[in-house]
Design a binder for this molecule. Structure first.
Ligand SMILES: [Zn+2]
Length: 262
């Protein structure tokens, strides 16, 4: 009896091992058709079960080696433009609006759909105070431009709708791809939806949290006539950007003049 019981136990264990290890296949994007079958170098009990794999997601389109054609990168005048991305944000946007008002300048706000949904009142204030709007995608998907065209269009339309829910007659003449990771496809979709694709020429990298003095210095050094300056009023602690603004704006006004993008 005892040897038989032991044998039964062992058999049970083997069955558990075989059936228990099969389910956890690798995520769909990790497997490519050209890779060798996973069972080739592995013991048979580690073979992923084919019944548990999810349908593969469409592959992301590769990013082009250089920026696609059709991007707005200058103001078209001698004067420079300020752009603020990733808001509206209740901690930073109101303070920034106060500073812009004090300096008597207007800017372009590249807003994220989910933030607009949460803070429609802030969007209304941005528009009321004469600033320009730019669609910055629904939830700041860095890979959006690499997705299927239908997904890109749905994202941009959803963001535009949210903006117009807050401000029904809002004009949204620009789109800016998160991370500046443009493709020709996203530029085309934005154009079909009536938006020009807005890039930049000056990036002081305020998102990496340099000091206010560094932000100021970088903008001053890189600004040329017609420059489009990229700054952030959302997506993290923007105390340094805010602190940089009064001097930065004064210097740009003095050296070039500041204009609103149209
Ligand atoms: Zn952004």
């Amino acid at each position: 009896m005892r040897p038989r019981a032991l044998l039964a136990c062992l058999l049970g264990l083997v069955v558990l091992l075989v059936t228990g290890c099969g389910g956890s296949g690798s995520p769909p994007e990790a497997s490519t058709p050209s890779s060798p079958p996973p069972s080739a170098a592995l013991p048979p009990e580690a073979t992923p079960s084919p019944t548990r794999t999810a349908p593969p997601k469409p592959a992301l389109r590769p990013l082009p080696a250089k920026l696609p054609a059709g991007l707005v990168r200058t103001t078209g005048t001698e004067r420079v433009a300020l752009t603020f991305d990733d808001g509206p944000d209740p901690a930073w946007t109101p303070q920034l609006l106060d500073r812009l008002k004090a300096a008597k300048v207007t800017a372009t706000f590249c807003v994220v759909g989910t933030q607009v949904r949460k803070y429609p009142g802030l969007l209304r204030r941005i528009v009321r105070e004469g600033h320009q709007l730019c669609n910055h995608s629904w939830h700041h998907d860095l890979d959006l431009a690499r997705r299927p065209v239908a997904e890109i269009r749905a994202d941009l339309v959803r963001t535009d709708k949210e903006i117009r829910r807050a401000v029904p007659d809002a004009e949204v003449p620009f789109y800016r791809q998160p991370g500046g990771r443009w493709t020709a496809e996203v530029v085309k979709v934005a154009k079909q939806l009536g938006m020009r694709s807005l890039h930049w020429t000056v990036d002081p990298k305020d998102w990496a949290k340099p000091t206010a003095a560094t932000i100021q210095k970088r903008v001053k050094r890189a600004a040329r006539p017609g420059a489009v300056v990229l700054l952030h009023d959302g997506g993290g602690n923007r105390a340094a950007t805010l602190a940089a603004c009064p001097k930065l704006i004064a210097a740009l006004k003095r050296d070039h003049g500041i204009t609103r993008l149209t």
